[in-house]
Design a protein around this ligand. Structure first.
Ligand code: M6R
Length: 364
């Protein structure tokens, strides 16, 4: 039931503060800011790497997970799109574990990747929304994302709940591997606990984002740029926009700009830059200057500090609250989803049921 919402996608975007908090509460205890006891059949300290495989938006949450596992737990992550993973004959370390991320739990390529790892004899974890699914059944441990039913073909709340689970797992890995002490654990979990409130604040930017989307609905191409964990978000922004608005969009790591996509920039090319004011914000500023110098129209998604430090003329700046580093990808996912959603609404497309797409892709 859509309730008072125009589309399931809108409803699902707005449910995020609540469902993110459910996803987190399954892994962390907010009264103590400590991790709950592990349900995993292995200890991260015994692993030398992990493999992650998934498709589409679920793959992009895994890509964020890679940055987190490597940063907070010094644990290398092999991640690949499931359709590549299953055929690329990747050697599997005996000291590894694999995670498969799937909203539906039925995606054919993801399931085939799971079976490839299972044949190699390593422990398998399923990060799924549908608990009674094939991927869940064939796994050694199920890590439910608890997003509730997701009806819109464009994945929104499943993405942020997948991120919530992955962030919790990365903290667990950091603790078990001795790279995070008790104080770090408590601080990071306290930061995760901020996510639902900050997500609620971001939802209030709907009017401004709707105005930006009105302009976006007039263009034929959009480029999304981001660095670090905002790079997967740039890919996600482009995926979401093309999926539901049918506008051609591409996501790039901002540092790749001068290796090709800069040739596309002219006055008709809006460039969405996703850049919280982080360690490498200055690098994104350089990229924005390169875009501005060629007349590109910048739509910057940042925070107050980033706005003040950007020193580049932007067509639009969407200012988010200041967000702790670990939850940036969770919070910045919302304006990215909202931008795609409102653009599609302006275009009048079938938002919940875009052409040619299925909610669950059970054939390869
Ligand atoms: O059910 P899954 O999470 O395995 O689905 C994976 C992709 O098909 C899915 O994320 C797809 O890319 C979405 N339509 C993106 O919005």
């Amino acid at each position: 039931d859509k309730g008072n919402y125009r589309h399931f996608m809108e409803k699902e975007i707005r449910e995020q503060p609540e469902v993110i908090s459910h996803a987190l509460a399954n892994h962390v205890d907010f009264t103590t800011n400590r991790l709950r006891p592990s349900t995993l059949p292995f200890n991260f300290k015994d692993l030398d790497r992990i493999a992650i495989s998934a498709c589409g938006t679920a793959y992009l949450s895994g890509l964020v997970g890679k940055y987190w596992f490597e940063r907070y737990a010094r644990l290398p992550v092999d991640i690949d799109i499931a359709s590549e993973f299953r055929y690329r004959e990747m050697p599997i370390s005996k000291k590894s574990a694999a995670f498969f991320i799937s909203q539906s739990g039925e995606t054919a390529d993801t399931l085939a990747s799971l079976r490839y790892c299972k044949a190699a004899g390593i422990p398998i974890g399923a990060i799924v929304n549908v608990r009674d699914s094939t991927i869940a059944r064939e796994s050694d441990v199920v890590l439910p994302i608890l997003a509730g039913p997701e009806v819109g073909v464009a994945s929104t709340k499943a993405f942020t709940c997948q991120l919530a689970v992955l962030a919790s797992l990365a903290i667990r890995a950091g603790v078990e591997r001795g790279f995070l002490n008790e104080e770090d654990e408590k601080r990071l979990i306290a930061e995760l606990a901020e996510a639902p409130r900050l997500a609620t604040d971001v939802l209030k930017l709907d009017e401004q984002i709707n105005e930006v989307a009105r302009d976006l609905s007039q263009v034929d191409h959009v480029l999304y740029l981001g660095r670090d964990t905002s790079y997967p978000l740039a890919l996600e922004g482009a995926l979401k926009l093309k999926e539901i608005s049918y506008i051609h969009a591409e996501g790039y790591a901002a540092g790749e700009l001068k290796h090709g996509p800069i040739a596309l920039i002219d006055e008709s090319m809006p460039v969405v830059v996703i850049a919280p004011h982080d360690r490498i914000f200055d690098k994104s500023v350089s990229n924005m200057q390169e875009v501005a110098a060629r007349g590109g129209r910048i739509i910057l998604i940042t925070d107050e500090k980033g706005k003040n430090a950007s020193a580049t003329e932007t067509a639009e700046t969407i200012v988010l609250p200041e967000v702790p580093e670990i939850i940036c990808p969770i919070i910045y996912a919302l304006p990215v989803q909202m931008l795609a959603y409102y653009t599609a609404v302006h275009m009048g497309t079938d938002v919940d049921q875009p052409r040619n797409l299925a909610k669950s892709v059970t054939v390869e």
